[in-house]
Design a protein around this ligand. Structure first.
Ligand SMILES: [Zn+2]
Length: 77
């Protein structure tokens, strides 16, 4: 019983940490910003600051260029 409680608490802490860190919602190597029409590497510092609803997944740079997105000047994808 105690073990189950510990698992639930650990799960809640993990969930809270995820919300704070706001990782990209996609697993793709590149994340586009539909508001700015720019795309980033997954690990760019701009990605966690991006609004979830503006995030667009891209598997390749070509895909992002084809969609009319420009590479970020910071992470240079
Ligand atoms: Zn970037």
């Amino acid at each position: 019983m105690k073990k189950i409680f510990a698992v639930i608490v650990a799960g809640l802490i993990l969930t809270a940490a995820t919300v704070i860190a706001a990782p990209p919602q996609f697993d793709t190597p590149y994340i586009g910003n539909s508001y700015r029409k720019t795309f980033h590497r997954r690990d760019c510092p701009s990605v966690p600051e991006m609004n979830y609803k503006n995030q667009v997944p891209f598997n390749t740079r070509e895909e992002a260029f084809a969609a009319g997105y420009s590479p970020c000047g910071n992470c240079k994808p």
